[in-house]
Design a protein around this ligand. Structure first.
Ligand code: SF4
Ligand code: SF4
Length: 400
């Protein structure tokens, strides 16, 4: 892109942000829904309207490059993009796309060399150079499944492309989620395979604000995924699911894209998973924001849990669309803010309040945040954090 094109993109972002924020009534209903506002104990600029108003005045007063530019950057990057404010503004006020404004603000800051946060620069570079944010080698990406027998795409062909994602591929505590899904797919007789050269879906790049790198990665990933020739794509992470369904137009035009909870719900409904009896368990479910609040995927995970023998599903004080964010979205896995532990720990206390033995989730980042909270609180003897895929895999009948 030449300088004129960059300038045009910047100008467009400024205009779109100003036009949208002008519609804010400053009624502040959105604050009541914001986990960030709650976790930072109520700073005005740590709430939805405060964030977008700060951005608005930063633009109209010409302060994006002024003395306060780092303060503005810190305000914009603290948001977890959980979408609670968007739902509240839609229900009670004017329906502003607050998250979209915040994401546009981050893009503007990156274009002006004032973003992302310093701690996010390395992960961003790693995504570009290594295809993942964790400084891990591409050749180790499939190590989690080295001893498992599944197809490698596109050398092999398969109806379903199982997109594992960076965190599940590399994080030792989450690799069992990938293994559990392989076990489930094999049990159900799903014709599936994993990409031999899978790379990051680029969601963190989008959330950290590099729109040109994001676009480049989307185009490269689309080519690679389409070359596999599969008709269905199933993700582990809700963030991958969100990115594929929102930005990968060429994929969604010809492929069914599902989060794994949607697919397992269907496999169970079709009678393709045979379950065995187990001891009674009391389980609660933590809704990942990028399933519940962004896509209204609330029932599929609960349907799965309700079908498991001897499982009692109990809801926490906040659940469904009112669920409490874990604090790990929107690039926050790579940027810690004040009160970072408060959200995860509050969530764990809510699970303990309903006397659950297990808190189930369906997102690698929620899993990490909740697991850290259990360790911080020292309650590992009372409550386990488990992925839904791992729970289901444990109920499968052995092969006859
Ligand atoms: S609820 Fe919507 S209109 Fe009201 S202050 Fe928040 S963003 Fe503005
Ligand atoms: S997306 Fe979530 S964290 Fe961000 S401002 Fe809205 S409610 Fe707060």
């Amino acid at each position: 892109m030449n300088d004129d094109a960059f300038a045009d993109a910047e100008e467009q972002l400024r205009t779109e942000i100003i036009d949208t924020v002008r519609r804010c009534r400053k009624c502040n209903y959105c604050y009541s829904a914001c986990p960030l506002f709650q976790s930072t104990r109520g700073f005005q600029t740590s709430g939805p309207s405060g964030i977008i108003q700060s951005l608005y005045y930063g633009i109209v007063w010409g302060e994006l490059e002024g003395q306060e530019k780092e303060t503005l950057r810190d305000i914009l990057y603290q948001c977890t993009t959980c979408n609670s404010c968007v739902l509240t503004c839609k229900d009670r006020a004017t329906g502003l796309p607050i998250v979209e404004v915040i994401e546009k603000g981050r893009k503007l800051l990156v274009e002006m060399m004032n973003g992302p946060m310093p701690s996010q620069r390395k992960p961003m570079e790693q995504i570009y150079s290594h295809g993942n944010p964790y400084q891990e080698a591409q050749e180790n990406r499939l190590a989690w499944g080295a001893d498992l027998n599944f197809k490698r795409l596109p050398t092999d062909e398969a109806e379903t492309l199982f997109y594992v994602g960076c965190t599940t591929s590399y994080e030792p505590e989450l690799q069992n989620v990938g293994r559990s899904l392989v076990k489930i797919f094999q049990h159900a007789g799903v014709d599936f395979g994993v990409m031999a050269e899978e790379k990051c879906c680029a969601d963190p790049v989008d959330k950290m604000g590099d729109m040109f790198l994001y676009q480049e990665m989307v185009e490269q990933n689309e080519e690679a995924i389409l070359a596999c020739g599969s008709s269905r794509l199933v993700t582990v992470s809700p963030h991958c699911f969100h990115t594929f369904t929102q930005s990968y137009d060429r994929l969604t035009a010809g492929m069914e894209v599902l989060h794994y909870t949607m697919y397992l719900d269907k496999l169970l409904a079709d009678g393709r998973l045979r379950l065995q009896a187990a001891l009674p368990r009391k389980i609660t479910y933590h809704d990942p924001c990028y399933l519940g609040k962004h896509h209204e995927i609330l029932e599929a995970p609960r349907n799965i849990l309700r079908r498991l023998p001897q499982v009692t599903l109990v809801e926490m004080e906040q659940y469904g669309k009112d669920s409490l964010c874990c604090g790990g979205g929107g690039g926050r896995m790579f940027y810690e803010v004040e009160g970072n532990n408060w959200l995860g720990e509050t969530r764990i206390k809510q699970a303990l309040d309903v006397k659950a033995e297990i808190i189930v989730t369906a997102c690698p980042w929620c899993h990490t945040m909740l697991d850290n909270a259990v360790k911080n609180l020292g309650v590992g003897g009372q409550l386990q954090v488990v992925e839904l895929a791992e729970i289901v895999a444990g109920y499968l009948m052995d092969a006859d």
